[in-house]
Design a protein around this ligand. Structure first.
Ligand code: PHE
Length: 355
């Protein structure tokens, strides 16, 4: 390598070392190896070199070009690593600091109740399933054995949406039961799921909101019986209301998608609102053994599979549990109400604390 190239290399060396950021490095690269970079121009001028020296000079130039390209790339990687390290140092979060609860944020009682349901049923082996708020009338009604002109379709004050999906009318789901259908269609039994979520009915007064919440439950296996249903719901209600001796009553009822069907009542005092004693009964949820036709609609052979389902109103059990007697403030976002009835985000439901 002749003196001229040596000098160029030495110059590039110190320039490289001085490069402190990717932009300066890019400028240096363009100045040396770009289209009119110094090394590029030297290579271009190779033709003017005397033929006998050309080969040697060409090789030297090429070597220097490769060497510089590699060094520039290495320097670039160095700069990037340094930038990342600097960012990590600057944005460091000390995860060992104790939490600092802030007063201006609480978990809504509805969310809290659904979390508690997930915790209690989760401990019994139930997973949480979901479905969309906008359903089709087959999943909301038909597959659940509610025929076209059945009164339940009117009783539920259904919100129909314009347009169709796969030839089916679109509805805002009137209950969480279509998640039963979705779950059975999506995966083979055994099934144990709950499905908390929003539901809609065209109904609006002091005790009804057009949007409210339900929690569905579904268990399918080869040998589930009414006994399992009862045990499961009694355990749930006693844990949820933190009342180990809570009286629970099962009363024959009717739902098109369960057979037999049962309404579930808990003991309370109508006058004081106290749960667990007082001699009065309060209806709290619907339940039953999944109707064979519903199983068949989901491709399950009713001679092989059976199980139980239940559904309950989330607002209703929340109001009972916390002594809230008006439904409307649940949706009014009044901060005073939310601070009063809301829950700390830093204390999620824990089963060993009785949720
Ligand atoms: N879907 C019913 C309702 O909204 C409740 C229910 C669910 C009843 C599952 C039985 C079984 O009233």
């Amino acid at each position: 390598m002749n003196d001229e190239l040596q000098a160029l290399r030495a110059e590039a060396d110190s320039a490289l070392a001085a490069c402190a950021d990717p932009r300066a490095l890019e400028a240096l690269r363009v100045g040396l190896l770009g289209r009119s970079g110094r090394l590029t121009l030297l290579l271009r001028d190779l033709g003017k070199t005397a033929p006998e020296a050309r080969r040697e000079r060409g090789a030297a130039l090429n070597r220097l070009r490769d060497e510089l390209a590699a060094r520039i790339e290495a320097r670039g990687a160095e700069l990037e690593a340094a930038a990342l390290a600097a960012r990590l140092a600057a944005e460091r979060v000390d995860v060992t600091l104790p939490p600092r609860p802030r007063e201006n944020g609480t978990i809504h009682p509805i969310s809290r109740t659904m979390e508690e349901m997930a915790a209690i049923f989760g401990a019994m082996g139930f997973a949480v399933a979901e479905g969309p708020d906008v359903e089709d009338d087959w999943r909301n009604f038909g597959a659940l054995n509610i025929p076209e002109h059945h009164s339940a379709r009117q009783d539920m004050d259904t919100f129909y949406l314009p347009g169709e999906r796969e030839g089916r009318r679109r509805v805002l789901r009137t209950h969480t039961s279509p998640v039963q259908i979705r779950t059975m269609l999506a995966s083979p039994p055994p099934i144990r799921v709950i499905a908390p979520g929003r539901t809609y009915r065209a109904d609006h007064d002091a005790t009804h909101s057009p949007m409210f919440h339900q929690c569905e439950g579904l268990a399918i296996d080869r040998d589930l019986t009414l006994g399992h249903l009862k045990g499961c719901l009694i355990d749930f209600l006693r844990a949820f209301f933190a009342a180990p001796a809570l009286p629970v009553r099962f009363r024959a009822s009717y739902f098109p998608f369960t057979e037999p069907s049962m309404e579930v009542d808990i003991g309370w005092n109508r006058r004081t609102g106290e749960i667990g004693r007082g001699g009065d009964w309060l209806e709290i949820l619907g339940s039953g053994m999944v109707h064979p036709r519903v199983l068949a609609n989901c491709g399950l052979d009713p001679r092989e599979w059976q199980g139980f389902a239940f559904g309950m109103g989330v607002e209703r059990v929340t109001m009972l549990k916390h002594g809230i007697n008006d439904l409307r403030p649940f949706y009014e976002s009044d901060l005073r109400w939310l601070r009063h009835y809301g829950f700390s985000p830093f204390a999620p439901p824990m089963l060993h604390e009785g949720v």
